[in-house]
Ligand binder design. Structure first.
Ligand code: PGA
Length: 256
């Protein structure tokens, strides 16, 4: 009898990589490298231009991979040059959207109030939000980690109806661990993940909190992923660099 393994969520964050053609090739290769009957949930956050083609291709392949976006507008529609709305993403075939990634916060100056509007809108539109939170190196050094997480949660999730809550995904991504090969230690990550779980329990009740998946992200690769997946409050991984080839992403998925 196989042990009752936890169903993890593995999300690829492709960032600004991959043309439509490259994305389709990747999807075919990834589908061939992973088990047909997946014991995990697999998400790909693709560039806007590739979402529609990928979603259609995924339906043909029946790979049960969810295609999503990496950002969206905080408004339904309007004179907002260069922005993209929730309904446009849904029509293209997106099922989820990453919100509040530290690159959006840092480079594009997105604050918690702005991100909160997007989270609200995503829920109302029927897109599953994947909210990223995490402290900077400076904040960690000065002992601010938990207060930063608390503020990001309280402000980022302000006004979200409890019934939507269980469909939320959170990714704990310490900013100092992203894209540099220096992941947090699994036990340090677990400490923050537990803090997030406790906050959710306090604010939304233990049933809802138990349903919310809290991912870890930051320099995950096939060499370190297994230790993270052993932690009780790590329900999956958000993977940037190591998600860019089907081989390196499937090596992580196939660990579970
Ligand atoms: P990384 O990126 O895996 O390359 O560190 C993670 C992320 O930014 O989501």
């Amino acid at each position: 009898m196989a042990e009752n393994k936890k169903r993890h969520l593995f999300a690829a964050n492709w960032k600004m990589y991959k043309t439509i053609k490259q994305a389709v090739t990747y999807l075919h290769e990834l589908t061939a490298l992973i088990a047909q009957k997946q014991a995990n949930d697999i998400y790909i956050a693709a560039p806007f231009t590739a979402i529609n083609t990928l979603a259609l291709e995924e339906q043909k392949l029946k790979s049960s991979i969810k295609i999503g976006a990496q950002n969206m507008s905080d408004l339904l529609e309007g004179a907002l040059t260069g922005e993209i709305s929730a309904s446009m993403l849904i029509e293209a075939g997106a099922q989820f959207v990453i919100l509040g990634h530290s690159e959006r916060r840092r480079i594009f100056h997105e604050d918690n109030a702005f991100i909160n509007k997007k989270v609200n809108l995503a829920f109302q539109a029927g897109l599953q939000p994947l909210l990223c939170i995490g402290e900077t190196a400076e904040e960690r050094k000065t002992g601010m980690t938990e207060s930063v997480l608390e503020t990001q949660l309280a402000e980022g999730l302000s006004g979200i109806k409890k019934e939507f809550g269980k469909n939320l995904i959170i990714a704990y991504e310490p900013v100092w661990a992203i894209g540099n090969g220096h992941a947090a230690t699994p036990s340090d990550a677990e400490k923050s993940q537990l803090f997030i779980r406790k906050w959710l329990e306090k604010n939304w009740g233990s049933e809802t909190a138990a349903n919310i998946r809290i991912l870890y992200g930051g320099s995950i690769n096939s060499g370190n992923a297994k230790e993270f997946l052993k932690e009780k409050n790590i329900d999956g991984l958000l993977v940037g660099g190591a998600s860019l080839t089907p081989k390196s992403f499937s090596d992580i998925i196939n660990l579970n």
